[in-house]
Design a protein. Sequence first.
Length: 545
Amino acid sequence: MNKMRVRRAVGLASVGVLAAGLTVALPATSAHAAIDERPAALGAAWLAAQPVDGLVTVKSDWEGTVSEFTDQGLSLDVAFALDAVGGHDAVVTQIRDAVAAEVAAGRYIQGDEFDWEAPYEFKQVGHYSGATAKTLAAAVELGGAPTAFGGVDLVDRLEERVTTSGRLQDDSFFGDYANVIGQSFAVRGLNQTDSTAADAVTDFLLTQQCDNGGFRLDFDRDFPSAPGKDTACTDGGQADPDATSHALSALNSLDAPSADVLEALASGVAYLLSIQHVDGSFGGGTSTEGANANSTGLAGLALGKVGEGEAATAAAVWVRSHQLSGVDACEPGSGADAGAIAYNDTDLSTAAADGIGEFERGVFVRAAAQALPLLAIAPGAEADLALTGPSKHVAAGSVTEVTVAGLAPGERACVVGGKQAVTVTGDGTAAVTLPAGTGVRTLTLATADHDTSTTVSVLGKTKLTIKAKKAKVKKGKKNTIKVAGLVAGEKVKLKLRGKKVAAGKANAKGRFTVKIKVGKKTGKAKVKATGAFKNRKGTTSFRVR
């Protein structure tokens, strides 16, 4: 291809995407081919490039006020995702150590209190339980030192935030915002460090499962900043898909799950399966109800870990369909962001056209951090890449269908060579508007790292040259008609005085010659030739005597 640049994935073969902690059981009856390593590798390469010195910085614009802050929690999410797909150990270690430095400096896991006396500043008092639990899980799972992470004994510090009931509780000037997601990280971290509080935090997490199998997000409170109560969830309406996914992943990580845990897992899986959309996607809680990559990634991964391979694969296909391909012709704004995962349909179309804005980048990083691990089970194509166009001539400017084959489920690609580039997702058909003029047009199907082409014979408007061999012919005799200006193989028909008298195809030189009977009517006889389409025509006349 000369006029189209395709950004190709680099080093895909060197990346092993099925890490030990992410082995997902695909059903034996799956109709899909083997796992395709490319989307996870491409996404991981993009995600690994987002932290700066191991930390992700997020920008926001609130009513004209631009702010920028370091998001340590999101940085850990990035590390978890990269660790799951593999191939970026150096970045994972850099993130882990950078967050440890933040902890050592009194940031992220520490609570705070505002000192109303001069110099009016925040003081470090207490700790956030959720951030501490997440950091502990990171220290355990990413090769850190749980009892000396940034100089802090995270096990001891988190145990201090566990109430007698096993519930997490924040110690902060702003109130207690501990929730089920933090509780889930606590289950992951404390159970892997043989903490004396491990059983208690696990048992309390089980009480947060509602009667429909889903887990609620927030503990029962009188108001958001009040300490959570030691109550169980009894209202299925409180069930939150994201909280459920976190809880199931945590419970599934236990080495020796009890009967209660196994029952909770089965019930939670049934809940997630009941709310999965037909296209494989998931929505989140009340503020994120629409299908989105974050919720789909979390739920698909949780289902895959417990053997629901078919549902997990469907979710992975949906996530892949929201990954920027990097093919410039269809995604002129994607630039170096090939592999990024959009939160939803709107973000995907905006980024494809205009690129990822500086204030939207944090949303893309968060989506990739939670959805990328699921791409490790994205199914591959079932056939070689192929693009098939119509075998007959097609009118210039018309819309024609081409058949796309050899794409993996959910894989985004681009068909170019028509009047406009057309995005396609997975195998199927694409409607291509053909350019003006006559000629053999090349249509190309391009993916992130390979392409294939086909040709279409396009016929534009033209005036055919038509000549009669004899200017005068006796009635009842024949005259030879020659038509030029056609293309090889083009269908042509002749009408004499409005009635069809001949039809055929042009030869290799685009000419058609035929003898026609002139009939018994005397006088001027008009002959009209029409090619494959009505706008390709010509006329001549002779006299019958």
